[in-house]
Design a protein around this ligand. Structure first.
Ligand SMILES: Cc1cc2nc3c(=O)[nH]c(=O)nc-3n(C[C@H](O)[C@H](O)[C@H](O)COP(=O)(O)O)c2cc1C
Length: 235
């Protein structure tokens, strides 16, 4: 970061202002698929409509995410387009934990689409049921291209990636293509506070509730990733 407050990165002898990429707009989604018969999935912000006829969308999923292999085996997924009413716990569960170790859909109300994939029933704006027709491996990611077989619109206001950062004060997980170090994220999205803050050691969520952090009950957990209170650092 230089004195002007911008975060620069050094790529092939060129200094680039990567905050320019913060101006690309995205939505927030839960992509739900199957691990055998078990529902699983994760948060993504990289859904894009590719064509209207046939109706094709794309989504970019990190190869390290357990969801990636499950989509490859299942050949399909459902997209729940999150609304501003989504419970932040759902984002924490789906975006900062792995389906390899946990049953992410336990305690998250869901149903299965006719294609057999799980979608959320509350806190969503709309949903799509998708069948993979093509995929492309690039760097750490697989871009899945999928035909939309079914969809419904709940008409609630969709949550944008920007809203998630500014209003929910959420962070992006390291396996997301849009991940940037918290230092760079703070320069643009969140003003740096001049006093110490309580920050989650797993997902970097910054506590901003009305109750002083010290007075929170001992069984209080990070609303984003579920880490216990003891896992917060005061810095
Ligand atoms: C706001 C946000 C956006 C994300 N976007 C993506 C994305 O577009 N693609 C991706 O592969 N992972 C993305 N992630 C990361 C995955 O949700 C995360 O790595 C998750 O723990 C993977 O779970 P899994 O191992 O069960 O698949 C995002 C996470 C957050 C919190």
């Amino acid at each position: 970061m230089d004195g002007s407050g911008f975060f620069y990165t050094h790529i092939k002898d060129i200094f680039m202002d990567i905050t320019a990429l913060f101006r690309i707009t995205y939505g927030m989604y839960v992509i739900g698929t199957l691990d055998g018969e078990r529902p699983t999935g994760c948060i993504v912000n990289t859904v894009l409509q590719v064509s209207a006829e046939p109706l094709i969308i794309s989504v970019c999923v990190n190869k390290k995410n357990y969801t990636n292999g499950c989509i490859k085996k299942t050949g399909g997924f459902a997209i729940s387009i999150l609304s501003e009413q989504i419970d932040p716990d759902v984002i924490g569960k789906m975006g900062f934990n792995s389906g390899k170790d946990t049953d992410k859909f336990t305690d998250v109300a869901h149903v299965f689409t006719d294609d057999g994939c799980p979608r959320l029933v509350s806190g969503i704006s709309a949903w799509l049921s998708c069948e993979v027709v093509e995929s492309f491996e690039i760097e750490d990611y697989t871009v899945f291209y999928a035909k939309v077989n079914d969809s419904a619109n709940d008409l609630h206001k969709p949550m944008t990636y920007d809203y998630y950062h500014r209003v929910v004060k959420g962070k992006t997980a390291p396996n997301a293509p849009t991940f940037v170090p918290p230092q760079a994220e703070q320069t643009v999205a969140i003003p740096v506070a001049d006093k110490k803050q309580w920050i989650c050691g797993t997902c970097a969520y910054t506590y901003s509730g009305g109750v002083p952090f010290e007075n929170l009950p001992e069984d209080w957990r990070c609303p984003l990733c579920g880490r216990p209170k003891s896992g917060f650092k005061n810095e």
